[in-house]
Design a protein around this ligand. Structure first.
Ligand code: IPE
Ligand code: IPE
Ligand code: MG
Length: 250
């Protein structure tokens, strides 16, 4: 019902063919600090607004029927930041998890966490476990949140898990294929993103989904994440829909 309304309305929405959406969109949530700096605010204020933007965009992705959304919220490299900034981001994560526990069943949104969560506080890990338990009962849009995530770390972790299975005699090295290796990644069972969006103006991957984005269409925009809107998402999807995906063919 809502989808039909959006299909008919809005000039930007008109450029998007909602019947040909990608199944999986990945977004690097970048530009919070610069957004705040431009307003003379502390960087942490940018993270607060950025977390609101995430709520808006994640809800919209669910509304248009996207199957998978994966967002980069905190990298393995982001621990280098000042302690008060890291603490603010972890505080926002806690608030988000508490809200999600209350609303995800009603919204039919599943949450999954990708990354090494062991350095997170016991309280955060307990909230993550509760979200995972609720998600297991749901069927809706799967939103993966990458926390303490690094693409290289994910591949090394997968290689270690595979080596352990080899040592235990469960698998043989010569039987390894790309499809089998994918089962050892954090993203096991999730198709690779067709579209990767990076707001914030930087033209790099910053260690995000290195394996999974092998053939993703890349979309970069100067818009800073706290300013990112549904219309920006439409522009990214429309750009994706205009691309000629050849996968090495002609
Ligand atoms: C992204 O925004 C959020 C995280 C990396 C946690 P930034 O904080 O990197 O914002 P900029 O790039 O400094 O503007
Ligand atoms: C990438 O952004 C990580 C996240 C958005 C979580 P960064 O701001 O950390 O990346 P660099 O430092 O510009 O490469
Ligand atoms: Mg940044």
């Amino acid at each position: 019902m809502k989808l039909a309304f959006w299909k008919k309305s809005g000039s930007a929405a008109g450029q998007v063919d909602f019947d040909r959406l990608p199944r999986h969109i990945a977004i690097i949530l970048d530009g919070n600090g610069r957004w705040a700096k431009r307003r003379g605010l502390p960087r942490t204020a940018g993270h607060k607004v950025g977390s609101e933007t995430f709520r808006t965009i994640a809800t919209y992705c669910r509304d248009i029927g996207l199957e998978y959304l994966t967002v980069y919220a905190f990298s393995t490299e982001n621990w280098k930041r000042p302690q008060d900034e890291v603490d603010t981001i972890m505080g926002l994560l806690k608030r988000y998890l508490l809200e999600a526990i209350e609303t995800m069943e009603r919204d039919n949104v599943r949450l999954r966490f990708m990354g090494d969560l062991t350095p997170l506080s016991g309280e955060l890990r307990e909230l993550v476990d509760r979200c995972n338990a609720i998600s297991g009962r749901l069927t809706g849009c799967l939103c993966s949140i990458c926390i303490n995530y690094g693409g290289r770390a994910e591949i090394v972790h997968g290689a270690k898990m595979f080596a352990k299975d080899c040592a235990a005699g469960a698998v043989k090295p010569e039987d390894l294929t790309e499809d089998i290796f994918e089962k050892y990644l954090y993203s096991a069972g999730i198709p690779s993103p067709e579209l990767l969006i990076r707001p914030g103006g930087e033209l790099r991957l910053s260690n995000f989904l290195l394996w999974q984005c092998a053939y993703a269409e890349l979309y970069f925009t100067d818009v800073l994440w706290p300013d990112f809107t549904r219309e920006e998402l439409h522009r990214a999807i429309a750009a994706y829909q205009s691309r000629d995906r050849r996968f090495g063919g002609i």
